[in-house]
Design a protein around this ligand. Structure first.
Ligand SMILES: [Zn+2]
Length: 75
């Protein structure tokens, strides 16, 4: 069991959770409730990727909401 947390804007890896502790604490279930399905992807190896947002992009987003809104449209 492995979970990667990535920034969906700059693709930077923010964190990596592995092992039993993830399951024991029910993190996956919690994360699935916390984030909508579209933000969590699972690959063929069973690795979950959570598409989140890093501190840097969050700050940029707050500073330039229009810029990021535009980017989202283009994608
Ligand atoms: Zn980022």
């Amino acid at each position: 069991m492995s979970i990667r947390v990535k920034c969906r804007h700059c693709k930077k890896e923010m964190g990596h959770l592995t092992g039993q502790s993830v399951l024991q604490h029910g993190r996956v279930k919690q994360m699935k409730e916390e984030f909508s399905e579209e933000f969590i992807t699972e690959n063929e190896e069973g690795i979950l990727t959570v598409n989140s947002i890093c501190e840097h992009c969050e700050k940029s987003l707050l500073d330039n909401p229009d810029y990021y809104a535009m980017q989202k449209w283009i994608q």
